[in-house]
Design a protein around this ligand. Structure first.
Ligand SMILES: [Zn+2]
Length: 106
């Protein structure tokens, strides 16, 4: 069972997590390795992120690994593609109230 709902899971399977600030029109990649090393690996998505520059709530986006270089094979990635999309929608939809829909990341 691959659990992509935690920071450790995303990091382990080669995903990256980015946050977008609509006010600054900037994307930033969250330092997954550092966060996991700092003990935040069990933290579950979605959670609220704020822009370091302006303080506005950002939008999280899970980015799957590049298929030809990721730790998973083509089949595994193809199988999960649908859930990536569902997760991205889910994150942006519920980011404003991050803990109100705990079942969101099934
Ligand atoms: Zn900003």
């Amino acid at each position: 069972m691959i659990d992509l709902g935690t920071l450790a899971g995303l990091h382990r399977y080669g995903h990256s997590l980015a946050a977008y600030c609509p006010r600054c029109d900037q994307w930033r990649e969250l330092p997954l390795a550092e966060l996991v090393a700092a003990g935040h690996g069990s933290r579950r998505l979605p959670f609220t992120v704020r822009c370091r520059d302006c303080g506005k709530v950002g939008q999280l986006q899970v980015r799957p690994p590049v298929p030809t270089r990721g730790p998973g094979g083509w089949m595994e990635i193809a199988r999960q593609r649908a859930s990536y999309k569902a997760m991205a929608v889910c994150l942006s939809k519920f980011l404003a109230e991050p803990l109100s829909r705990p079942g969101c990341l099934r």
